[in-house]
Design a protein around this ligand. Structure first.
Ligand code: SF4
Length: 261
């Protein structure tokens, strides 16, 4: 292991057995439709923002073509698990969602980063963080770090614990530490795949006073997880299947059923 990411830490904590299958090259049997939809929409949003950064506009038909091409590539790389909506309905909703976002989204400041890599050492963690910020806008108060979240339902707010979310802390502190730029806020922009598309911002202010406690909390979460990951990879600890809550959407159901510990 040369680095850690928010998704690897979350994946390991959700189910270390699924994480182990992924890490050791077990091919996924299927992929959840939500993941493929998220990949396609992220790609077209990033390209759209690149045009806006240059003061131009992404042609609508070209944007929709890109959306469908990326979705097609996702389909070509393996079976997708569909839920209530079939393939055409999913693509239709994504098209509608992009068009709604395109009409309503206005950047709050100068665009300084789109899908940009962060690789940085953070205190108390013995591997560098590797992550990607979706969008950073420079505002007079400081940078606004934004994450696109493609979701099935409107978010419910949790103002007690959302500020301590591992993704929020990692990306905010990682951006500040790697770019030496002050961050004023973090925003999840939820692109909601309901029949009538919605775009909902969940913004959290960021204060310099939070830096030390947030970094300590992050290290307390991430370093023991990295230690456990190493032990699993080196055969000193067995991966642990989780209790079943997330199993219906898992990509390794057959491998898991055949696993004997
Ligand atoms: S089916 Fe459940 S327990 Fe098995 S690997 Fe997947 S998430 Fe883990």
């Amino acid at each position: 292991m040369r680095s850690w990411s928010v998704s690897s830490v979350r994946g390991f904590l959700n189910c270390s057995l699924a994480w182990f299958f992924r890490r050791t090259g077990v091919p996924p049997e299927t992929r959840p439709v939500a993941m493929c939809a998220g990949v396609a929409l992220h790609e077209v949003l990033a390209e759209d923002m690149r045009y806006r950064k240059e003061g131009a506009s992404f042609d609508e038909d070209d944007a929709l073509d890109l959306l469908e091409s990326v979705y097609f590539l996702e389909e070509a790389s393996g079976a997708i698990t569909y839920g209530k909506l079939d393939r055409d309905a999913v693509v239709d909703r994504l098209r509608g969602l992009y068009l709604h976002w395109r009409k309503t989204f206005v950047p709050r400041g100068r665009i300084v980063a789109i899908e940009e890599e962060i690789r940085v050492d953070l205190p108390g963690i013995d591997l560098p963080l590797l992550g990607y910020v979706d969008l950073v806008e420079e505002t007079p108060a400081g940078d606004l770090v934004r994450d696109w979240k493609v979701t099935a339902a409107k978010p419910s707010r949790d103002d007690l614990l959302a500020p301590l979310d591992v993704q929020k802390i990692s990306m905010v502190q990682g951006w500040q530490a790697s770019r030496s730029r002050p961050v004023a806020s973090w925003t999840w922009t939820h692109l909601v795949k309901t029949r009538t598309p919605q775009v909902v911002d969940y913004e959290l202010p960021v204060s310099g006073c939070d830096r030390v406690p947030e970094l300590r909390r992050l290290a307390a979460l991430v370093q023991p997880t990295i230690d456990a990951m190493r032990e699993v990879l080196e055969g000193r600890r067995r991966p642990v299947p989780q209790a079943g809550f997330l199993c219906s959407g898992c990509s390794f159901r057959r491998a898991c059923a055949a696993w004997r510990g």
